[in-house]
Design a protein around this ligand. Sequence first.
Ligand code: GLA
Length: 667
Amino acid sequence: MPSLSDATRGRVLFGGDYNPEQWPEEIWPEDARLMKEAGVTSVTVGVFSWARIEPRPGVRDFGWLDRLMDLLHGSGIGVVLATPTASPPPWMGSLHPETLPRDEDGRTVWWGSRQHFCPSSPVYRRYAAALAEDLAGRYGGHPALAMWHINNEYCTHCWCDETARHFRRWLRARHGTLDALNESWGTSFWSQRYDSWEEIIPPRRAQYTKNPGQVLDFKRFTSDALLECYEAERDIVARHSPRVPVTTNFMPLWSGQDAWKWAEREDVVSVDVYPDPKDPYRGQYNAMLGDMTRSQARGPWALMEQAAGAVNWRGVNHPKPRGLNRLLSLQSVAHGADVICYFQWRQSRQGAEKFHSGMLSHAGERGRAFQEVKRIGAELAALGPHVAGTALTAEVVVLHDWDSWWADQQDGRPSELVEYTELVRAWHRALWESNIPVDFARPDHDLSGYRLILVPHLYLLGDRAIENLVRYVRDGSTLVCGFLTGVADEDDRVRPGGMDARLRELFGIGTVHEWWPRAAGEQVRCDGFLAGLWSEELELSTGEPVARYRDGELAGLPAVVRNGRAWYVSTLPEPAALRALLAEAADGAGVRPVLAGLPAGVEAVRRGELLFLLNHAPTAVTAPVAGRHRELLGGRTVDGAVELERYGVAVLRELPSDPAAPRAGGG
Ligand code: GLA
């Protein structure tokens, strides 16, 4: 099977989405020249080119793409070639209205934007396959071809009749019999029992709260239906070019695709990451998505899209301050990326994204965006041979799971304030601020090799996952679990006792009497810290209270419980307290930070032989680093400490110590 290294060949790929069909052809040579100047190694072409390639059903116009591929190849620029199947041309919906998605209310989602296809539509799939076939037949052997990029951010949902038929087939395969389905969905409640498969529909608009089992299965089904679309196109292009890796770009914190499952079916795991420049923890966000994607890829991954400056889809779209694009790009490399790309190369003048930044902004080659891009391109070219293909090691793993996330999004829960991704972020941030490297994993994965297992919040846990956790603790790992974990089984059925009995035994919890969600902004005092969002009325068996609630109804009851190597945190401690708690658990498990004693805001990451120091603070700092190092970006020797400008980065490689010189201090 091909892999990312077949595309990178010892480099860090650098580039972005290139949409030349938006521009007169006379501009293309200038694009190629400026790409060279910026150190671009590859561009993603064709993502939204369906109407250009197939202007009428079955007709092909490849002439422009032939010329473009040759031009790029002649300039030494590789092509990540996309199957343009994310945005069917208007003729498709017009001739075949059944290819258009229907929303929950049965309303048609029309063409005129993008992603307007029903993933279950055989007609859509037939056209998409034919196009992939011709594209791969024509360019599968082209020397510019570096990677295949299937579709784009698979994210459509559809509730149409074709989807209903497809959903029923999927349900038959999952449940086997109607009785099993009725049992799984708990249809005895509210007279929902199904007597025939034909009665089953996708969870469309309903009078009141929908059946949670049906909604959960529909989320699983939709992810699988999209995956079928991906795999069909993947198989076609792979048949034409078996040595060229295939990917599709994920939206990482979008729940619609079970990325663990998808990643297993990709040669390269790629992702689009858009931290908000205004978010004070944008660096943590970027790090977390890098850690997640690296874990899904089980090695180097591709940052397929980021923004050189502002996006255009937030309420207020802030540009990146000077230096931030470089910092976040190098941070992604530190977290395992071997591809650093943008949406998009040349900022559009028309269309829905004309205010979205580009590598080459409206300000042109003299613009700040392009000047910064040039610097990043040059630095990645220098770093590539040292970093491409190298690994990171982590002794801490954060468990993350789509089934649980989906079940968590249901209506009718104890608190709508509990937001799964926010909890994952809060726990990751605690580790990130301590410079403790983390991987992510699914709870039923092989977790051997991790000293510390963290579960920020997994409301739904299957039996295999629970047995996994129990076994790893028994075998010597430390486990810290956040609140409302292990409550439901795979069918979203609440386990007796409000938490799985094996987990209660593990944490030394006798009874979970009540959940006490907290109001927005409400704080609860615990021994030594403030907490919020959630609390629980627990009665312990063998567990020891590490901290108790101090306020109100729960005063005196345990807030944080410890039973040997298993910890249970029944609330959300304020960030400093969560950091201290997880640092204590890490320390007890024998996990050490990459570097200690760094100034606030400085992140330290080790990848391969390199030590990345990343200054997320808006002021210059001096970071102590023991020993002598070669700084690879500036080409200087660093001895004992390194100066980092605001948003500055140093990439260090240790030098053999000079026996004549006294050793300088530092952490
Ligand atoms: C996504 C898409 C791109 C573009 C960007 C804008 O990542 O894949 O086509 O729309 O968003 O941020």
